[in-house]
Design a binder for this molecule. Structure first.
Ligand SMILES: [Zn+2]
Length: 401
């Protein structure tokens, strides 16, 4: 039986049960024979018939530091490159703190704090007004990338951001997948481009970890066709595909990142989204073994970890000192149901880490948004939960608590 027959087969029961009145035997016409039936994939919302335990974890076992959130964002971007210092503020500190207190979240790290005046404003509004509840990372000022003195300008901007109170540097996948030698038409700039060397060194010098996102799910690098396990997501957002054109492969991006990390052993890296390769924990493990200055977060990847629960649990046991809790949460997430800042989002993460529940949704959405599967809890011991929820972040952010 091939894939198509499987899917149609799944639709038959659904359709005929709808058409049947109580006590009547369905006599499908020829048009309703299985091979003539079609159900649009977007209409298919199967209900699980499994009777399995459902545990609600309202508060995390230990106070949480969410290392990966987006409370603010740049007001202006061109072709995927953030250019403006000014920020959009998506929620007031008090709105966030209400949820944080309910969910046992000690602190949120806002990775997209920008630079210059936008960074200053963000740090004032959140970090300095609500001590230890918010931490802000800075970002490169790509708008100056084409200026001849950019490498030094950028290194100085890191020093300035450090003085302003930024705790680290965030690299979006702008570098490697969007930034071009002349912004719109030139060649894509590689992650290990030497023009950024002074920036990485400055982060090491000022003890600011670099939270780096360089790639995407491996399915985004393959054709958006019937074999693609994230077909619906890519079909809904065709611009998320990096298949074709002049995009590098996922392997090329990871190689460039590794060359860059090799050149900067004194700089600490938090490689986001499980080292940007949650589908291949062997690869992530190899890199964690290779680079002592590399850590990972789990943001927006419990859908991947939770569908390989035995491999994921072994990964957590082995790298329990290198994994940080993160969600990618943002109050402004129209396109990303897996990231909507809410009580429900955090409860799913806690359930995944703390329980051995089976076959549950990894995102607060009717249809699983990152692929049609469900996940299994890891049931981690308290000693590992404490490290993942906060101790590893305390160490990386150099907090004194
Ligand atoms: Zn993010």
């Amino acid at each position: 039986m091939n894939r198509r027959q499987l899917l149609y087969g799944a639709g038959i029961g659904l359709m005929s049960s709808v058409a049947t009145k109580a006590g009547e035997k369905p006599t499908p016409s020829k048009d309703e024979q299985p091979e003539h039936r079609a159900l649009r994939l977007s209409d298919y919302q199967p209900t699980s018939m499994l009777h399995v335990r459902e545990t609600r974890v309202e508060r995390a076992l230990y106070p949480v530091i969410d290392i990966h959130t987006h409370i603010t964002e740049s007001k202006k971007s061109v072709n995927g490159v953030d250019l403006a210092a000014e920020r959009n503020f998506y929620a007031s500190p008090n709105e966030l703190i209400e949820v944080m207190d309910r969910k046992n979240i000690r602190s949120m790290v806002n990775l997209t704090g920008g630079f210059g005046s936008g960074l200053t404003e963000t740090v004032e509004k959140y970090d300095k007004s609500y001590r230890d509840r918010f931490y802000t990372f800075t970002e490169p000022c790509y708008s100056r990338f084409l200026e001849p003195g950019y490498p030094d300008i950028q290194a100085q901007a890191i020093e300035q951001a450090h003085r302003e109170g930024a705790c680290g540097l965030k690299i979006l996948k702008t570098l490697g997948l969007y930034l071009r030698d002349n912004i719109t038409t030139g060649k894509l700039v590689k992650i290990d481009d030497p023009r950024f060397d002074p920036m990485w060194d400055a982060c090491g010098q000022f003890n600011m970890p670099v939270a780096i996102h360089i790639s995407d799910p491996i399915a985004f690098f393959t054709p958006t066709d019937r074999f693609n396990e994230r077909f619906e997501e890519l079909n809904n957002h065709p611009d998320w595909s990096y298949y074709g054109r002049d995009f590098p492969t996922n392997a090329e991006l990871i190689e460039a990142r590794n060359r860059m990390i090799t050149r900067h052993p004194k700089t600490r890296f938090i490689v986001l989204h499980v080292g940007n390769f949650a589908e291949n924990l062997d690869n992530v493990s190899e890199n964690l073994d290779r680079f002592a200055n590399m850590n990972v977060d789990i943001a927006a990847r419990i859908g991947e970890l939770g569908r390989q629960p035995r491999t994921a649990r072994a990964f957590f046991e082995r790298y329990q000192d290198r994994i940080l809790f993160g969600t990618d949460a943002t109050p402004h997430a129209d396109n990303y149901p897996q990231q909507v800042f809410s009580d429900e989002l955090y409860e799913i993460y806690y359930r995944f880490l703390e329980t051995d529940d089976e076959y549950f949704d990894y995102a607060p959405a009717k249809v699983p948004p990152q692929g049609r599967w469900r996940i299994y809890g890891l049931n981690l011991p308290a000693s590992i939960l404490r490290k993942v929820y906060n101790a590893n972040a305390v160490r990386e952010l150099r907090l004194s608590i």
